[in-house]
Ligand binder design. Sequence first.
Ligand SMILES: Cc1cc2nc3c(=O)[nH]c(=O)nc-3n(C[C@H](O)[C@H](O)[C@H](O)COP(=O)(O)O)c2cc1C
Length: 176
Amino acid sequence: MTTLNHNYKKDVIMRSLIVYSSKGGNTEKLAETVRDALPGKTHLALVQDDPDPSGFALICVGFWLQKGAPDAAAAAYLEKLQGHKLFLFASHGAAVHSTHAEQAMQAARDLAKGNEVVGVFSCQGEVDPEFLAEVSTRPTPPPWAADAVTAVGHPDAADLQSLSEQLAAAVAKISV
Ligand SMILES: Cc1cc2nc3c(=O)[nH]c(=O)nc-3n(C[C@H](O)[C@H](O)[C@H](O)COP(=O)(O)O)c2cc1C
């Protein structure tokens, strides 16, 4: 009974901001899934619009990986946040849980120090084929390039389901 009342309260009261960056549309799919999975009121915005984070119980920040870190626009936004509850989500060419991906997600946590990170999710996102072809012919291709072949078709339905589940687990920890 307590749990039901608690969820009901979140549906009525909780306000969340979803702010994301997406060059090719992969992270946008994740952001839309986050919006659809959250209880309560949601506001979806591009990081380029620099939305005011004040007054939200949860801020979900989405980014794509560039140079082994959150893309520059999302990184700048993350650095400005202070004292919020955050859920971080990302897409990348590297394999999930690869050293490259894990280090990049740690870089995101470091950028967001001064906030409480209540959950993190990342998955592969199909890499622009022209860009992948270009980096793959470099004398030293980036560490994620070899994994990128397995990123084709991602994020897929299973990725989005996993995102929804991890978000729900994070939201369950938040009191409103
Ligand atoms: C310019 C550029 C740089 C990239 N750098 C990385 C990287 O450092 N690590 C990685 O895992 N993936 C990298 N990728 C792959 C993207 O992060 C991945 O395809 C992501 O899903 C793109 O998200 P989006 O469609 O929301 O823009 C790069 C892609 C581009 C176009």
